[in-house]
Design a protein around this ligand. Structure first.
Ligand SMILES: [Zn+2]
Length: 171
């Protein structure tokens, strides 16, 4: 996903619907031990070696539980992550966010939702724009674009419908 480099890494993993790399790594280690039928702990799971041959079904069940632990840890890391700002307003629940993001999210939407779009107030602060105002005359901020601007009403309606269609509450 293309987004500005300043976008916080945590917010990006949420938008990419992919758990952060350290959690993916932890999963791979667990899979490795599972294949070897060796004991391992992950989150609240403590796998003890099976004396029976492990069926494919059983492997799938355990892998699903491992993925569940990943999402749980990811959620608690996201909950305690201090930044996240606007992204957090839209993506609170990791499982639901993954569903929403998997329906496709545009480059522009990603920038806005991470608070790194071409926001006039930001560009003005960086001396890249003479004005800090939206084309409607109000101060141009992420919140203004997402929640308030009369000029973006049609897009907002579309976004609201899409978000509600995924059973995620509009912030
Ligand atoms: Zn406006």
């Amino acid at each position: 996903m293309r987004a500005y480099r300043t976008t916080s890494n945590s917010a990006l993993t949420v938008l990419a619907a992919e758990p952060p790399i350290h959690l993916v790594h932890r999963e791979r280690v667990a899979y490795y031990y599972l294949r070897k039928n060796h004991e391992f702990p992950i989150g609240n799971i403590h796998y003890t070696p099976s004396t029976q041959p492990i069926t494919e079904n059983k492997t799938t069940t355990i892998k699903n539980r491992i993925r569940g632990e990943t999402i749980k840890t990811w959620q608690s890391e996201w909950d305690t992550f201090e930044r996240g700002g606007v992204t957090r307003a839209f993506f609170r629940n990791m499982s639901k966010s993954m569903q929403l993001v998997n329906t496709g999210i545009s480059h522009n939407a990603a920038q806005i939702l991470t608070g790194h779009g071409r926001i006039k107030s930001t560009l003005h602060r960086l001396k890249l724009s003479e004005s800090d105002q939206c084309r409607c005359g109000q101060l141009d901020t992420v919140e203004h674009i997402v929640y308030h601007c009369k000029g973006d009403e049609a897009e907002r309606k579309g976004l609201q419908e899409k978000i509600r269609g995924e059973c995620v509450a509009w912030p």
